[in-house]
Structures are given as structure tokens and as C-alpha cells.
Design a protein around this ligand. Structure first.
Ligand SMILES: [Zn+2]
Length: 305
């Protein structure tokens, strides 16, 4: 399986100036990366913004795999979270070979998990651990594209400087009203969600601008015209789209770490938002429109590039 070169113009902003191993990491890290580039597609956005749906659709491609979130690796290895298949580190048909691959390379999954958890205070060992984990996933699965649904751009930033890995961030967003309504349904604060929407949107736009190739899309557009949008993303990922990504994404065995309840669904129906007018109060609608409008417009502008 070989990746083709994306035909679309590189989407957003500057070329990545740091697409090499940082000097501080030295050659051992570079040596552990796969010889051919593995493409990683970090799905950026917020909880309930369509990230799990998109990860599943992308991961349905025969040359791709959706792993859930790297951010959940530590909880999985420490037996605090299970894989979406119900398995644990000793039984999951996908993750057990990945962990065995690490051990064969004399790497301890528990130590990698600890390094990932310490990413905010010790970025270099976390970056090294992330690279080693991605290399093991690529080797054990044979996938050319790894889809990570950690959502927070910090995970994309962790991977981007590594040799042997090309990061193609995919930012998916809802309108602030739809996002606030999703939060209220889950009994979360509407205003807390709005603040998060503004700050996360800004961080996602910055991350997609920094990457060499990236895609930004609206959840409502994915629901309305999934075929062309999946084709556009797959082109950026160097693969031809597979019809099953739109028609039959629900039936593929899934080994995602974390994700919302729809990770367990076996239906391939795409559910668009049920609307927000009956969920939010008139005051909430007015405030969310005013405060979230600029972030939404900026997201939309980026999606049209
Ligand atoms: Zn599993």
C-alpha cells in the first residue's frame, strides 16, 4: 500500500518548518520512526461536535485505522478504560499486538503511558513516547493512516515535529447554537461550553494553519454531503476514498479508546442535529449568537479554503 501525493493544494497557511526531529530528541527517536511516512489525522474539535462520527468514517478505509484518542492510552494501559470492543490490554485483538510490538522493541507500555500523561511538564519524553506508539500501531496494523480523535490540538502539536510522521489535522465544528444545545442536553453549562467553543475554535484554527496540509469542515456539511467531504479529506491523506466510508462505516470492527456513546453504534446512518430552538432559552440563544458568532464565522471561512 502506498500513499499518493495529495492532489489538492495544501490547504492552510505556511509549510511546517519543523517537520524534522528536534535536535533535543536526537537520532534514537528518528531511528524508531517508520522508514516510510505514516500519516496521522488528528480530529480536532469539541466533544459532541461530530469528532467520533468523523473518526469512524475515516477509519473505515481499509488502509486507515481509527484508534480513538491517544489521550486515553494511559487509562487503557492502566485498566481504567476499556477499548470500544470491550477488551482490555490483555485481550483486545487490536491493542494486544500493538503492545506486544512495543515490548519486542524493549519498550514498556506503562512507561510510555506515564510519559504521555506528563506531556505538559515534559514534552520531549512525551513526544518520543507518542512517536514510538504511532510507529507500533502502524507496524502492527499495517495502516498507512492513523486517525486520532483526541480533539485537543495539543496532541497534534505533540506529533507534528516527529520524523516519519506527517500530521494532517482535520477540524470539525458545529454552530455555537448547536454546540451549546448539545452541552445543555448533557446537563453541562451553556456558557462554559460557549467559552470552550471560542477558545478551542481559535486553537484548532491555529493548528490547521501551522500544518502542511489540513482540512476544516462543518458538522452540518458532513451530514448534508458526506461523500464529497470524505473524498476531500482522503485526498489530503493521500488515499482514494472508499464507498464504505459513507455507506457502511458502522459495521467495521472498532477498537477506539474513549469516544462518546456513538462509538458503539453499528448503524451507518448519519444523524444531524435535532435542532436547538426547543433546548435553549431565548436569552441563551441571543447570548450564544452574539458571543459565538465571530468564532463560527472564522471557522466557516477556514472551511472554505
Ligand atoms: Zn479492541
Amino acid at each position: 500500500m502506498t500513499l499518493h501525493t495529495p492532489t489538492a493544494p495544501l490547504s492552510t497557511g505556511q509549510a511546517d518548518q519543523s517537520a524534522c526531529v528536534p535536535a533535543s530528541l536526537g537520532s534514537p527517536v528518528a531511528a524508531r520512526q517508520p522508514a516510510l511516512r505514516t500519516r496521522v489525522a488528528p480530529i480536532l474539535g469539541l466533544e459532541h461536535s461530530g469528532t467520533t462520527l468523523l473518526a469512524r468514517m475515516l477509519g473505515t478505509h481499509p488502509d486507515a485505522v481509527a484508534i480513538g484518542g491517544l489521550k486515553n492510552f494511559a487509562s487503557f494501559v492502566q485498566h481504567r478504560k476499556r477499548c470500544s470492543c470491550g477488551g482490555d490490554p490483555d485481550s483486545c485483538a487490536f491493542w494486544l499486538p500493538v503492545l506486544d510490538h512495543l515490548r519486542k522493541d524493549a519498550l514498556d507500555p506503562a512507561e510510555l503511558a506515564t510519559a504521555l500523561s506528563g506531556r505538559r511538564t515534559a514534552a520531549v519524553p512525551a513526544r518520543q513516547a507518542a512517536g514510538q506508539l504511532i510507529a507500533a500501531i502502524a507496524a502492527a496494523s499495517g495502516a498507512a493512516v492513523i486517525v486520532d480523535a483526541s480533539r485537543d490540538p495539543e496532541w497534534s502539536q505533540l506529533l507534528r515535529p516527529l520524523a516519519g510522521i506527517e500530521v494532517v489535522p482535520v477540524h470539525i465544528f458545529k454552530s455555537p447554537l448547536a454546540q451549546a444545545a448539545s452541552a445543555k442536553r448533557k446537563e453541562r453549562s451553556v456558557y462554559g461550553e460557549l467559552a470552550k467553543y471560542i477558545s478551542r475554535s481559535r486553537a484548532c484554527r491555529a493548528e490547521t494553519r501551522r500544518a502542511t496540509a489540513a482540512v476544516t469542515l462543518a458538522h452540518e456539511d458532513l451530514c448534508a454531503t458526506p461523500g464529497p467531504l470524505i473524498a476531500r479529506i482522503m485526498d489530503r491523506l493521500g488515499l482514494d476514498p472508499d464507498p464504505r466510508q459513507v455507506a457502511d462505516w458502522g459495521s467495521r470492527p472498532l477498537h477506539m479508546l474513549g469516544g462518546n456513546r456513538m462509538r458503539r453504534s453499528t448503524s451507518s446512518d448519519i444523524q444531524s442535529d435535532r435542532g436547538w430552538s426547543g433546548i435553549l432559552s431565548p436569552l441563551e440563544i441571543t447570548l450564544v449568537r452574539i458571543a459565538g458568532g465571530a468564532a463560527y464565522a472564522a471557522n466557516q471561512r477556514q472551511s472554505q479554503r
